[in-house]
Ligand binder design. Structure first.
Ligand code: SF4
Ligand code: SF4
Length: 338
């Protein structure tokens, strides 16, 4: 197949801050391991903002807690995805669905790109949105991101979108690296840019609360957001056991209440939480195996889970990892599924 012109960025891919520089069109792969843009699935989705959600396959992170791991760790864990879709046909599918009675009853009013991480497919998403706006110039778009974009990609996303849902996972770089494999620095930089210069586009900042791993991150994260603007909306999401953390306990109601209280102390005026609390589990006890590789106790716990699941480089850093093309985390199948 001849690759479409709009995919030129993939010839030297620097869409995200891993800045791999690989030629994805010729089959080279970077940290995300994705070559051509790939749709995982698409459906009407009732979670605010209500939408027709397009889940894109693949991610530039390898989060231990990923709830969409069958999609995000594409192409290495063998789960089937829809595949490459003609952008015009996908745009028509999205608009047809948004015009349906079900969408009207739900209140779905936009195309919502999620994943995985949509940034790694940005030129394709721009093309789909362009096609949708040729049909309906008022088409609304949400971009759901982990924030690990380059400056250049962020500016393109801001041109494209009506709304952004934005994940923060940790303030401390070591904890962020241990949990996701990537640094928190670009994520914080981009959050600050959106909060200062495009806050009208920010639907909400989302912070997944994982007991024993990022609960001490809530204070610095909420102080960071409040310093940008105390009225920015922050939603704390309840961790529920998933992927490598499949046996880790879910967040408790008291922990979620405490997060909101901490946010208010930090000066935030619009903080709340959502999700089902108190799913039982056991905190893993393998920290001694990884002693000396991490300074923070919480990063050490995350790192020890990663080690157990096959991560070979500690402290974790997927950009610098010599095993990032044979990463075992990307092939990890939770026991509950295996
Ligand atoms: S990880 Fe980021 S920079 Fe690297 S190939 Fe994937 S999208 Fe491109
Ligand atoms: S093995 Fe390497 S690429 Fe895989 S999660 Fe660990 S640091 Fe990242």
């Amino acid at each position: 197949m001849t690759e479409p012109d709009f995919l030129g960025d993939l010839e030297k891919c620097e869409l995200c801050e891993h800045r791999c520089g690989v030629n994805r069109l010729s089959g080279e792969t970077g940290v995300c391991r994705v070559t051509m843009p790939t749709v995982a699935s698409a459906t009407l989705h009732p979670a605010p903002p209500e939408s027709y959600t397009v889940f894109m396959a693949g991610c530039n992170y390898k989060c231990l807690n990923c709830q969409n791991w069958t999609i995000s760790q594409y192409p290495d864990n063998g789960f089937r995805q829809r595949g490459y879709e003609n952008p015009k046909e996908l745009a028509e599918e999205c608009l047809d669905s948004l015009n349906s009675l079900s969408a009207k009853l739900m209140g779905a009013d936009r195309i919502f790109f999620s994943g995985g991480e949509p940034t790694i497919h940005l030129p394709y998403i721009e093309e789909v949105v362009g096609e949708a706006r040729k049909i309906n110039p008022g088409t609304k778009v949400n971009f759901d991101t982990n924030g690990y974009l380059t400056d250049e990609s962020l500016k393109r996303v801001l041109v494209l979108t009506t709304s952004i849902t934005y994940d923060l996972k940790a303030y401390n770089d070591e904890v962020h690296l241990a949990l996701t494999g990537a640094s928190s620095k670009p994520v914080l930089r981009n959050a600050e840019y959106i909060g200062r210069y495009a806050k009208e586009k920010l639907w909400e900042i989302r912070i997944l609360v994982i007991p024993g791993i990022n609960e001490d991150e809530i204070k610095p994260l909420t102080e960071f957001v409040a310093h940008i603007d105390p009225f920015l909306p922050v939603c704390f999401l309840v961790f529920r056991p998933n992927f490598v953390l499949e046996n880790h306990p879910g967040a408790s109601r008291s922990l979620m209440d405490k997060c909101v209280e901490t946010a208010r102390h930090s000066g935030l005026k619009n903080a709340y939480w959502s999700g089902n609390t108190d799913i039982p589990g056991i905190i893993g006890d393998r920290k001694s195996e990884i002693k000396g590789k991490y300074v923070s106790e919480h990063a050490r716990l995350a790192g020890s889970y990663a080690l157990y699941a096959g991560c070979q480089t500690h402290p974790r850093s997927c950009s610098a990892c010599i095993s990032n093309q044979t990463c075992r985390i990307k092939k990890y199948i939770p026991e509950i599924v295996a």
